[in-house]
Design a protein around this ligand. Structure first.
Ligand code: TXA
Ligand code: MG
Length: 363
């Protein structure tokens, strides 16, 4: 156990000073970004990166994202900045876009999980940005959750996962976006989307032309524990992720079909993930609304908090509606499918199972 200091981001001067001291002395700081909380260490210090893996309980072949405070800070970390990289940085930084480029000798292999490439991001959260400018070193930071757990979007989640494992935690309340940054790989022949996020494929293409999608990102390829189904380019994508403790199913169909099918299985130990527009369709169970269909950003914002809330409610099974994949919805469905280990079932099939189950119980 490490003694963990907790500071509010609004006490800006003190929080920045302590963050700087901790980072420059090789310690770890959990800090807010606009996407999710990050668990940061000095990206140029191999020992700090080792500490990050240990604190998260994360496999050390899963590379870390390096955060910078200014575009100029990228140059020493990479072997050249391509025209596409320049265009993307100009269009989307600071903001929720991570760009992968060939790394320079300055970035230790411990930070990149043994890869010759480095993932770079300039966050727009005011605290993150001020912290990066004040500490003057690039900061390696994965999401601030224990490995395999949903990413942290509220300070209480950070506390739950990292209290006693990290020198300093910065409390900035809820983060605005709620799903991790979009990742684009510019090291191959064509730009490749490795992880969907708030910045969409279409937005990227509008700046640099055609962008391919890593087959591992497509929802049909997110199948439970079958790593061979699609070998992911982002090593992190091969691990079971964002997972609540309960078994989870995503139920597809119209709202009324889905609700009818789920209602037949629902009970006090069943979690139901729905939206404001549909929540009144459910009769029993632990019903959580992730947001509003009309505001896809609201679902992204609340998704991980709902997954954690189901754990606290002690549910045995979670049934989730499936949501539109438009805009940030692509990121939402990507994370949901991963949380469900690829379990997706049409409402019609769930209903048959419900009827079978009811019959068994009646006998
Ligand atoms: O929004 C975010 O990106 C948050 C905040 C804290 O910035 N960070 C985050 O980091 O989500 P993490 O470690 O949870 O996810 C990073 C993902 C992993 O899937 C990892 O495998 C991939 O990025 N990645 C990192 N470096 C890479 C590289 N050089 N090549 C391919 N994938 C890489
Ligand atoms: Mg993560």
């Amino acid at each position: 156990m490490i003694r963990t200091e907790i500071l509010k981001a609004e006490n800006l001067e003190n929080a920045l000073r302590r963050s700087r001291e901790v980072l420059l002395s090789g310690g770890l700081v959990a800090f807010p970004t606009e996407t999710v909380y990050g668990l940061g260490g000095n990206a140029l210090d191999p020992e700090a990166s080792r500490k990050i893996y240990a604190a998260k309980g994360r496999p050390s072949d899963n590379p870390l994202i390096v955060h910078v405070g200014r575009k100029e800070d990228v140059e020493p970390l990479v072997r050249g900045i391509s025209k596409e990289a320049e265009q993307l940085m100009d269009a989307f930084w600071p903001g929720p876009l991570t760009i992968i480029l060939p790394k320079s000798g300055l970035v230790p292999m411990e930070t990149t999980g043994g890869l010759q490439t480095v993932a770079l991001r300039m966050p727009s959260h005011p605290f993150a940005n001020a912290m990066l400018l004040s500490c003057g070193c690039p900061v390696a930071a994965p999401s601030a959750n224990r490995s395999g757990r949903p990413s942290t979007t509220r300070f209480s989640h950070v506390l739950e996962d990292l209290n006693g494992r990290t020198e300093l935690l910065i409390d900035a309340g809820d983060v605005p976006i709620g799903v991790e940054s979009t990742i684009i790989d510019l090291c191959g022949e064509a730009p490749m989307l490795l992880r969907p996020g708030k910045i969409t494929l279409e937005e990227l293409s509008s700046v640099i032309g055609p962008v391919k999608e890593d087959p591992a990102v497509l929802s049909k390829n997110i199948i439970a524990h079958t790593a061979e189904a699609a070998r992911p380019k982002a090593p992190g994508m091969k691990y079971r992720h964002y997972a609540p403790r309960a078994v989870m199913w995503i139920v597809s169909g119209t709202a009324s079909e889905t609700a009818a099918a789920i209602n037949e299985l629902a009970g006090p130990r069943i979690g139901i993930l729905t939206v404001e527009e549909h929540k009144d369709l459910y009769r029993s169970g632990q019903i959580l609304s992730a947001g509003s269909l009309g505001i896809p950003e609201s679902i992204a914002h609340t998704l991980f908090a709902c997954l954690r809330a189901f754990d606290e409610l002690g549910v045995e099974k979670i049934f989730s509606e499936d949501f539109s994949e438009a805009e940030v919805g692509a990121a939402v469905m990507n994370r949901l499918l991963k949380a469900a280990g690829g379990n997706e079932v049409p409402a019609s099939e769930l209903k048959v199972r419900a009827e079978e189950k009811a019959e068994q119980e009646n006998q």
